[in-house]
Design a protein around this ligand. Sequence first.
Ligand SMILES: Cc1ncc(COP(=O)(O)O)c(C=O)c1O
Ligand SMILES: [Zn+2]
Length: 372
Amino acid sequence: MEKFICSRCSRSYPIDPIRWRCDCGSPLDLEFIPKFPIKKFLKRAPTLWRYREAIPILEDDSILSMGEGFTPLEEMDFDGRRILLKIDYLFPTGSYKDRGATVLISKVRELGIGKVVEDSSGNAGSAIAAYCAKAGIECEIYVPQSTSSGKLVQIQTYGSTLKKVKGSREETAQAAVEAASRTYYASHCWNPFFLHGTKTFAFEIWEQLGWKSPDVLVLPVGHGTLFLGAYIGFKELKEAGRVKSIPKLVGIQSSACAPLYRAFKKGLEDIQPIEKKETVAEGIAIARPVRGRQILEAIRETGGEMMTVTEKEIQVAMEEMGRKGYFIEPTSAATIAGLKRYLKRKEKKDIVVSTLTGMGLKATEKIAHLQF
Ligand SMILES: Cc1ncc(COP(=O)(O)O)c(C=O)c1O
Ligand SMILES: [Zn+2]
């Protein structure tokens, strides 16, 4: 039987709609044993739900799907080096967050919950709002007032209640936590069912590489839901004897907001509070990542690292990707800028996978302000 287990003090709890963190204040993980019957996977449609036995939803009837996942893994050349890019803006709401939302909202439905609250820099909010709309679940989304208008319009179009908070991303989270004392907290940062959706990123890469893991993953990190999802996915595959190793995890942050980079460089176990500056990469502008300690642990365990990129590098990457035919969010351009830096010193034989997490149409007014 599944249960929650504290990421810090290992206390365990039954799956309970009210509980969203441990009594010690730390985020909860999910104890769950996945299965990997490859022959069954291969008979199913190309969506992330083909890995059904590895996703912690009890009943098939609870599953809420919009045909999401199994995104293309495209070969690309950067400065003469070959890499693979997972095109994760090809999701129903235009970002990879649908991986987490389809699983989390399926669980919400399974638990018989009729109303949820979430806070977000915009994309996770859009994903949760869309799946709630599909399920007929009421939903309230808290976002910072500075969020790109494309994302705000998207959240409202799905019919959820949009709460714009005058203040930072952190103040937005605080407002949602207060509301969560009355409603289910469908938080992409706190709720471990979200990570058991984002982990399908790893399963898809595993299948697309011929049931192997790559050597390196270069990923954006704000709260780290893709980063930790990829880690959990490959760890589950390793524990099941399906891959030999977990890829080296390389995290990219903006130099304007880099709490994990700083903590990693100082060799700290957890992040320290930082003052964040303005960045066009709004999706990764997170000063206090909820699962900071777990992200740092995953980096060290896999021999990975954190890197930062400047606003200028983000702008250059945005333009370069546009000229290759990819209209992406500035947050995704930050990942590409980090990838370019990483490739300068990569081992030639390494298989490197990175990703495009968000579609440019969500942030057109911010992109319009970049001078190409
Ligand atoms: C397009 C995009 N990429 C990457 C991220 C980073 O995700 P996380 O905060 O889970 O690390 C976000 C988060 O909002 C995003 O919107
Ligand atoms: Zn605890």
